[in-house]
Design a protein around this ligand. Structure first.
Ligand code: HGY
Ligand code: MN
Ligand code: MN
Length: 382
């Protein structure tokens, strides 16, 4: 991340932006306005990735923000532009997403700083090891001069490709629940233990995983994923005594999502009891669905039309920092088509022509906002 921040600073500073890394590890690059003490518009995305990721999820939103500054060719607007590269949006290392963006809305709670990674290193320790001071996290918070937040991001799904559209305005982001389940049975010998005398944690977890998939297939718009499973002791000739797995549930309706999680917890407990297992679940995230800002959505659609493309509105199944920023400032997203709908994989890609259209759309958007009296009337929701 040090190297990534240095590279991005090398792109931003020649454009006249002042770059710093805040105490939550977010890159903050401010491109000044035409006059001092002007309000600011934030444009950015996250710089971290999932393991074995593609090359566009997150970073494309930061690079597009920098490309817009380049396209301004030194022109200053009535508002400053703050390019933000968020840390820890994916939640891979600490199990909890949106750590960097929470710092901007004052949501980086004390207990989150204590959460540890697989090696027992806490968020607080990781911040110190990077060379930052976790006691200064409150300084990362947005001030009342923030007019809003825009995020360019790949769709990460098949919708725009099916519609043969390059760009879309996001009108809402699905809520997401993340939990960890631990099924506990009894380790035993694979050769000498008859089937009816087993308390097999992996077999129990496997039965429950098929329940997760079946339930999600039955509810429209619901997705549920067991993305990680670890078994102990993990030997071919030993019946597993422990199976630890993650659950990710998403839906645009919070009521359906929460009810699904409750149902899956109940079914895990019933199945465990039937198999002589115990099961413990821990809640890692309960992120409500978030609507994007209607003024921005209208402005984005207008800019898409100006770019010569057909406007389209859609919800995002993926979570984004915009859903955290929306707690404090009007926020919105512009999606770019994802060829093959493939993401969170090295095969993730974008079409260069779509990226050019995204830059043109972003420039139309900046010019629209620069001349919009309504834009300046907006105030922080803080
Ligand atoms: O998992 C997600 O929704 C996103 O990629 N952070
Ligand atoms: Mn992602
Ligand atoms: Mn992302």
């Amino acid at each position: 991340m040090h190297g990534c921040h240095q590279e991005i600073a090398r792109w931003l500073e020649p454009l006249g932006a002042h770059v710093r890394i805040d105490a939550a590890g977010n890159l903050r690059g401010v491109y000044p306005a035409a006059r001092p003490n002007a309000p600011r518009l934030l444009i950015g995305s996250h710089l971290d990735t999932v393991s074995n990721a593609g090359a566009y999820d997150g970073i494309l939103g930061v690079v597009l923000a920098i490309a817009l500054l380049e396209e301004l060719r030194g022109r200053r607007l009535p508002f400053a532009i703050e390019v933000v590269g968020f840390s820890e949006e994916e939640g891979v290392r600490f199990g909890t997403p949106f750590i960097g963006s929470r710092a901007l809305v004052g949501g980086l709670a004390e207990e989150l700083l204590g959460v540890q990674d697989a090696r027992g290193i806490s968020v607080r320790k990781a911040i110190e090891t990077y060379g930052l001071d976790p006691t200064k996290i409150s300084e990362a918070e947005l001030h009342s001069d923030a007019l809003g937040y825009l995020e360019f991001h790949i769709e990460q799904g098949p919708v725009l490709e099916k519609l043969n559209l390059p760009l879309a305005a996001v009108d809402g982001i699905a809520g997401q629940s993340r939990l960890e389940f631990v099924f506990l049975g009894r380790t035993n010998h694979a050769g000498t233990t008859p089937m009816h005398l087993r308390c097999d944690a992996i077999a129990g977890a496997a039965e429950w995983i098929s329940v997760v998939e079946r339930l999600a297939r039955e509810v429209s718009g619901l997705v549920a994923t067991v993305g990680k499973i670890e078994a102990k002791p993990g030997a071919a000739n030993v019946i597993a005594g422990e199976a630890r797995l993650t659950l990710d549930v998403r839906h645009i309706s919070d009521e359906i999502r929460v009810r699904t999680v409750e149902d899956l917890i109940r079914q895990a407990q019933e199945l465990a009891a039937r198999r002589g297992l115990t099961v413990q679940e821990s809640h890692l995230l309960n992120q409500p669905a978030v609507a994007m800002d209607s003024f921005f959505i209208g402005q984005i659609e207008q800019a898409i039309v100006q770019t010569g493309c057909k406007p389209h509105r859609m919800a995002s199944g993926a979570g984004h920092d915009a859903m955290i920023l929306a707690e404090k400032v009007p926020s919105a997203m512009i999606f770019l088509r994802t060829p093959g709908g493939i993401s969170h994989d090295p095969a993730e890609s974008v079409l260069q022509d779509d990226v050019e259209k995204a830059i043109a759309c972003g420039l139309h958007l900046l010019n629209q906002l620069a001349s919009s009296p309504d834009f300046y009337k907006r105030t922080n929701r803080a």
